[in-house]
Write a protein that binds this ligand. Structure first.
Ligand SMILES: NC(=O)C1=CN([C@@H]2O[C@H](COP(=O)(O)OP(=O)(O)OC[C@H]3O[C@@H](n4cnc5c(N)ncnc54)[C@H](OP(=O)(O)O)[C@@H]3O)[C@@H](O)[C@H]2O)C=CC1
Ligand SMILES: O=C(O)C1=N[C@H](C(=O)O)C[C@H](O)C1
Length: 269
């Protein structure tokens, strides 16, 4: 029987960080070995289970370059600048990495790809099984509805979200564009205002809604004369993302170095 996976979690005090701690503490094949927050965070020195009313035995610290020596894998749902700093330490120490953070620019994505020459990385804009199934459904829908259908991606998230459109909406756009033989960079329209002119049929539109405590809703609309197809996913708990991230971490243990996503983990390629 293999040893339990030693999991480090970054952004421990964040919305996802807390759910990730809970998920790891409840899994028989994983142990929480490191809990990270930023230098200066109020949580430093506390037990990582405190916000959950649990005793984890792991004290939150900020010295990731040293603490990560005690981990097999880091699960990181923070911000691009945080993830990229952690990435360098993971690469230096041979620690695998699960990246849930969204909002990377092209240079950030290239850095993840480069580091994956030495360590295993699963990078996914959305770790829920349902969204990853939706990517497959969108690929089929776009191939079947490839002419005469206007395609729009609509997403809604809680008031605290800092990036837009969501990483999931952008990934949906990439899946759609790829299925249609287009490049998303050339055909994306991010919001509309004023006298826009009639809709260009070759575009893929994005609309963003922010408010309240919405965990994450995504709808893709395929609209033609006479009918409309909609594919919708609604997350109602962050646990679905955390469970997918931990599942990825356990899966990654058996893989060689490389850059993977949740489609690989689920065998959906
Ligand atoms: N892939 C997926 O399935 C999902 C992805 N996400 C993504 O995960 C990320 C986090 O979301 P959420 O938990 O809601 O955000 P929060 O703001 O609640 O949490 C972010 C955490 O990261 C910390 N952090 C911020 N900047 C840095 C940094 N430079 N270095 C280290 N730590 C840092 C924050 O610390 P502090 O409070 O001190 O700023 C906080 O603890 C977002 O990019 C979001 O889009 C979210 C859900 C699912
Ligand atoms: O910030 C969030 O909350 C979420 N972010 C991810 C994204 O940008 O797609 C995934 C999920 O929808 C929740």
């Amino acid at each position: 029987m293999s040893q339990p996976l030693r999991v480090a979690i970054a952004g421990t005090s964040g919305r996802m960080g807390k759910v990730l701690i809970d998920t790891v503490l409840g899994h028989p094949d994983a142990i929480l070995s490191v809990a990270l927050d930023r230098a200066g965070a109020e949580s430093l020195g506390q037990d990582a289970g405190l916000p959950l009313g649990k005793q984890s035995g792991v004290t939150i610290c900020s010295d990731y370059a040293s603490a990560l020596r005690d981990a097999d894998v880091l699960i990181d749902f923070t911000r691009p600048e945080g993830t990229l700093a952690h990435l360098a330490a993971c690469r230096a120490l041979g620690v695998n990495l699960i990246v849930g953070t969204t909002g990377f620019d092209e240079a950030g994505k290239a850095a993840l790809k480069e580091a994956a020459k030495d360590i295993g990385i699963v990078f996914a804009a959305n770790f829920s099984v349902g969204v990853n199934l939706s990517f497959k459904l969108l690929d089929i829908a776009a191939r079947v509805l490839n002419t005469g259908y206007d395609i729009e991606v609509v997403e809604a998230h809680h008031r605290h979200k800092v990036d837009a459109p969501s990483g999931t909406a952008l990934r949906m756009g990439e899946v759609l564009a790829e299925a249609l033989g287009r490049d998303l960079k050339d055909c994306a329209v991010y919001g509309r205002e004023g006298v826009t002119g009639a809709r260009d049929p070759s575009t893929i539109g994005f609309a963003t809604v922010r408010g309240g405590d919405v965990v994450g809703d995504h709808t893709v609309m395929f609209m033609a004369d006479g009918e409309r197809v909609e594919i919708t996913h609604k997350a109602s708990s962050r646990a679905t993302f955390a469970q997918g991230a931990l599942r990825s971490a356990l899966w990654l243990r058996q893989q060689p170095a490389g850059l993977y996503d949740m489609q690989d983990v689920l065998g959906l390629r």
